[in-house]
Design a protein around this ligand. Structure first.
Ligand code: AMP
Length: 618
């Protein structure tokens, strides 16, 4: 039963506000709720229409904005002011997308290649956040129209590989659309939740969620234990989906009909018309053998077999991702109890076959693959509303997170594949006397030297009271909240000064870059270990030089002339060793200096102890 409340100010009856689940897709978006009566998730739709709203935004000459089916009508006739696949641009710079720039028929600004992309329509510029907010606003209005109640709270899904910046961008789009985004969750996680509804029993299951949508591909390996969902690993490709199948078909037809690249780039209308026909052909071939049509008197033909051989390399790429995900999850294919299919492109029979061949079992596709993510988001929304306390969600971080320490080394606080939400903390200290500030630089990646990783943020902890080196205790803590957003805090424990930063990196990493970073860490592993050892040896050497110098400055009177000379020589030898790339030599010189200083350091210590004893009142 829906709860009813009374608005004290107006005296009117109010239905308790519903939290909706939103799948903000590359191709289509939709809203779902848990039906208040039967408690089942349902996708919202107007009578006689689809629940799917094409993620397309059209701008007319007077600045009017339309979204969805209506906007889709303009893809062919007004390609410059009809924006599709905006999600592919979320949190990206022009550099990130330049290899795929020809895919967009509208103007993606390319003058500042490092900053976040914008789309130009007429004389106006729109960010992907703006564009997504238009889609979300439309979804909100539709939901309000259907539910006859205001909708202000939502759970929105994103691909598993979205990084912090992209998640934040999605959250911002929601805010712009007038939505309070309670949670951002991974699409595969949402999908598994939609299927997980039936899994209340005490059982342990490992499942794979294969999500091939219009523009993105995700594979997740999940473990469900007594109603708790845990994501063991994720893998995927944000540049692989049904749109790519369409593109392959278009190229195939261009070749067949002798249409050149120059011709197609000069004729955007033809390019769009071919794209739409290609999608139609692909869908048709999911249940038929041959497709035939005409566009601008060009005859277009495609058989199922031809389509399957075009698509085979793309499908194989998804299977390779499945292999990687299985390896990361440290499970065997045989341990996967069921495989869940998500996304419209999983309707392609060749996809289903490849996936079921790989996992060695029939795939599970009982829930509508276009709706399953939104339905799962609605389940999560229901959990947040406090209606379903049996489930707990755990996600993982795709790359390690840490800070830069002495010598440019990466000190990992949260290792890759850690479950989130998560928290980690470690204490650091100053290395100079009277140091009043400390710069904390946050990096993401698997390499030992920060210069090879990706800088995410920087914070400067200032106001540390003057203390000798090594005395301040600076606690650096990392907190990744359930949305995957990282908050870094630094606090000097003796004085209480603190500083924090929420990580919103300037632009995002594509999954390909994540993959590259992981691969690089493997290829450079040996190299990195050697570099780390050298940096550590140098840091140790430098610190020893500093402390020795300081010690001599204070206690020169305790040392014999011979000791002073010996020490100076050993310090000089160590200094020289530090300029060379030889960690063993540095270690040797460190040892030698230690051997020389040990006797007088002990003498100094004894004296300090005895004078301390003398001063003690009994
Ligand atoms: P999604 O992002 O999940 O909405 O997926 C949409 C993608 O699924 C688009 O690329 C569609 O062309 C594709 N799709 C939808 N229905 C079918 C079908 N029957 N056969 C093949 N692909 C389909």
């Amino acid at each position: 039963m829906a709860k009813i409340g009374i608005n004290i100010a107006t005296g009117s009856l109010q239905k308790e506000e519903m939290i909706v689940g939103i799948d903000l897709g590359t191709t289509n978006s939709l809203v779902a709720i848990i039906h208040p009566e039967n408690r089942q998730p349902v996708a919202l739709k107007e009578h006689n229409s689809s629940s799917l709203v094409p993620s397309i935004v059209h701008f007319d000459k007077t600045g009017n904005i339309t979204v969805g089916e209506e906007a889709k009508q303009y893809l062919v006739t007004e390609p410059h002011n009809t924006i599709f696949s905006a999600k592919r641009l979320m949190g990206k710079s022009y550099n990130d997308i330049k290899d795929n720039a020809s895919f967009f028929t509208f103007k993606v600004i390319d003058d500042n290649t490092e900053s976040l992309v914008k789309v130009q329509v007429g004389d106006k510029f729109y960010s992907p956040i703006d564009l997504s907010s238009f889609i979300l606003k439309e979804l909100k209005q539709r939901a309000e129209h259907i539910l006859k109640t205001p909708v202000t709270k939502a759970v929105i899904t994103v691909p598993a590989y979205f990084n912090d910046a992209q998640r934040q961008a999605t959250r911002d789009a929601g805010k712009l659309a007038g939505l309070d985004v309670l949670r951002i969750i991974n699409e595969p996680t949402a999908a598994s939740l939609a299927y997980g509804l039936g899994l209340g029993k005490e059982e342990i299951k490992t499942i794979a969620v294969y999500d091939l949508g219009g523009g993105t591909f995700d594979i997740s390996i999940l473990q469900i234990t007594n109603g708790i969902f845990e994501v063991l690993s994720t893998n995927g490709d944000t540049y692989l989906g049904g749109d790519d199948f369409d593109r392959l078909i278009v190229h195939y037809w261009m070749k067949q009909s002798g249409i050149s690249e120059t011709e197609i780039s000069a004729n955007k209308e033809l390019s769009q018309a071919l794209r739409l026909k290609a999608e139609e052909a692909k869908k048709y071939l999911s249940s038929n053998e041959n497709f035939e049509a005409k566009v601008e008197n060009i005859s277009l033909k495609l058989s199922k077999q031809e389509f399957e051989s075009l698509a085979a390399p793309l499908i194989e790429r998804t299977i390779q991702s499945c292999r990687n995900a299985i390896a990361d999850a440290k499970v065997d294919v045989q341990q996967i109890d069921s495989v869940v299919m998500v996304g419209g492109s999983t309707r392609v029979p060749a996809v289903k076959k490849a996936v079921s061949d790989f996992f060695g079992s029939p795939v599970n596709d009982t829930v509508n693959p276009d709706e399953v993510v939104a339905l799962g988001a609605a389940v999560q929304a229901d959990i947040l509303a406090g209606n379903n306390k049996e489930f707990l969600l755990l996600d993982i971080t795709p790359l390690s997170l840490g800070i830069e320490t002495m010598g440019g080394l990466m000190d990992v606080l949260i290792p890759r594949n850690s479950k989130i939400p998560t928290k980690a903390g470690r204490q650091y200290t100053t290395h100079k006397d009277g140091q009043s500030s400390m710069r904390i630089t946050v990096f993401q990646g698997e390499r030992d030297l920060v210069q090879d990783n990706r800088k995410l943020a920087e914070l400067n902890l200032s106001g540390i009271p003057g203390m000798p080196a090594g005395l301040p205790k600076v606690e650096v803590s990392f907190l990744i909240n359930a949305d995957g957003i990282l908050v870094v805090k630094a606090k000097e424990l003796r004085s209480g000064v603190e500083q924090s930063v929420e990580v919103k990196p300037q632009y995002g990493l594509s999954d390909m870059e994540v993959e590259k970073m992981l691969l690089d860490s493997l290829t450079h592993a040996k190299d990195d270990i050697a570099k780390r050892a050298l940096v550590e040896a140098r840091t140790e050497g430098e610190q020893l030089l500093q402390t020795t110098e300081k010690f001599i400055g204070k206690n020169a009177s305790l040392l014999t002339q011979h000791e002073l000379i010996q020490t100076a020589e050993a310090m000089q030898a160590l200094q020289l060793a530090l300029t060379m790339e030889d960690k063993d030599l540095i270690h040797k010189k460190v040892e030698e200096l230690n051997d020389i200083s040990r006797p007088y350091a002990e003498r100094a210590m004894d004296q300090a102890v005895s004078s301390a004893m003398k001063g003690r009142a009994i």
